[in-house]
Structures are given as structure tokens and as C-alpha cells.
Design a protein around this ligand. Sequence first.
Ligand code: TXA
Ligand code: MG
Length: 326
Amino acid sequence: VPTVLRVSPVAPNGVDSETIAQAARVIRDGGLVAFPTETVYGLGANALDADAVGRIFVAKGRPAINPLIVHVTGAEQAATVGHWTPEAQRLAEQFWPGPLTLVLERRPQVADVVTAGLDTVAVRAPDHPVALALIAAAGVPVAAPSANRSGAVSPTCAEHVVASLGDRVDLVLDAGPTQVGIESTVLALGPLRLLRLGHVSRAAIQACVGPVVMATQASDEGPTSPGQLLRHYAPHARLIAVACGDGPAMVEALADRDRAGLITHRATSAHDPQVRLPSDPEGFARGLYAALHQLDGACDTIIIESVPAGEEWAAVRDRLERATRD
Ligand code: TXA
Ligand code: MG
């Protein structure tokens, strides 16, 4: 079991500086620290230290072709790892700190292992006082994927991190459950391309910088983001999406053959085990991964009710499509 340190998620007098200093030392010494962000927990290492970043790939069992996001305190530090443009500046002013990752032309300081050999680098400033305090105290940009074994459901609390990674991580900063609940939006600059959907919507980005091409599906010309190649966000249990409102009938049909869990947001049912999520997109996203983690251990099959077709559900729908894909 790794060392887990509680740290206050709110910062009335600044976050606990002793704990942050201890975690920052682990990062500077080349170790791995799991830390909270507003989206999901990240598994962090010094982005300028190739050996340290290599340990992230080993701990996660992550394919070396899948590059990492570099976490920074803001635009100034982002400009030390990537080529900073007026467009990047405009986006950062509007959305940072926050769940928007920008893919920029890289600078040579970044370890090759971070970018999987690409000539671009992904950067974001997370909107979480603990994450920002850690990066500032470490004094280096922090490369961090989600803090789970590769391909598994991302962690939205410290318990998920410990269950997935165990002592493959040196230290876990526990600030309770995350707010957003799904991973950041990923946007490539140059010709603007949306590589991953998230809480920051395409409409909001377009209102800031103009037209953005959707590139969230690997195309015939090959993936624009290496992560698109991989099965993602999936629980161990078989996950089946059913029409909105059809969840209870489906678990009843399965009940005797399978240990089936149910995730609803519309229908009501007495089925047990069951997680009922809020029926608004933000609330649903916040609770989705915890629901999957909770039911995964106890069930062979998880039945989840599909979400509505609207644009405001796009990011959640994307995660469900990837998680239910074989
Ligand atoms: O919310 C988040 O983004 C979380 C927290 C910890 O910040 N992090 C996260 O990291 O979800 P990860 O490694 O699970 O996902 C990073 C995604 C992958 O799909 C990866 O392929 C893509 O970003 N990516 C990273 N660098 C890239 C690059 N240079 N070009 C294109 N895609 C890149
Ligand atoms: Mg991930």
C-alpha cells in the first residue's frame, strides 16, 4: 500500500504546505505522486526527467506510443514546454486553469518519452488548488496521465488510485472526490482539431477561437491522437448500454444468469446493486466513474441507461461508447 496523505481540497489559508512540500520532494527525486485535479486523479512525475516519466509507463502498463499531458501552473510555464501562440494565449485566458488540454508544437526540454516521440506536446493547467500547489512547489512541469492501470476506468477518488495502482505509486495526495469526473477536453492547435471531448464544449471553444474540426474518432488516415487507438475507460465487467428508461427490464431479464448491476438516471427500480446518477450532464459525469468502480467488483455485467442525444451530453456519450466497445 502506498503512503496516502489527506490534504484539504479547499484552500482558505493555502493548502497544507508541509504535505505539499513532501510530495514535491518525491517529484523532484524522480518518484511518482498521484494527485487530485478537477477532472480525475493524475499520476505525476517530473516532465523534464526521462527516467521518472518512464516509471509512469511501467506503473500503468501504458504503451509507449501513448503520450502524456504535461501539467503546468499557467501560460508562462506552458511556454517553457511548448510553442506558445496568440491563439493558445486566448484559450488559456478563457479556460485555464481548467479541463482543457492544448496540443502545441513541443520544445526540446521535454523528455521524448513524454510525447511518445511526437513533435507536439499536450499541456494543461488543472483547476485544483492541490494540483497547482504541487506543481508550483515541485518547480517543474508535471507529466501525468490518469492514475489507473492502462485501459481501466479513471480514478475520481484516492481509493480508486490505491485499488488500481497499489504500491506502484510512491505517494497519493487525497483531497476527496473530483468535481468534473471525466477527463479533460483535448484540443490540437495549428489547424484546430478536437481530439477528445470533455467538460469544455466544442461550442465554448468555437466561441473563443472560431471553427474547430472534430477529430475524436481514429480515421482511415490513422489516429490524430494516439489514445484513440486504445480501448479506454472500460470496467472489467461487461458493460451494456440500453435505451433510456429500459434499465430495470434489462436487469430483470438477466437476473438469474448473471450478477448484474444497474446504473440508472431516469428509470426507478428496486434492483440491487444499483447506482442512481443525477439526470443532468454535469452530475452524471461527476458520478459515472465512481458508479463503474463501485459495481465492477461485485458484478459480471453492468447495465447502464443511455443518455439523451443533446450536445450537452456529447462528452459523457463518448465515454460510454468507448467503455461499451469490445
Ligand atoms: O483530465 C485529464 O486530462 C487527466 C488529468 C490527470 O489531467 N489526464 C488524462 O491523461 O486523462 P491521459 O493520459 O489518460 O490522456 C491523455 C490524452 C490521451 O488520449 C493522449 O493520447 C492525448 O491526451 N495526447 C497526449 N499528448 C498528445 C499529443 N502530443 N498529441 C495528441 N494527443 C496527445
Ligand atoms: Mg487515461
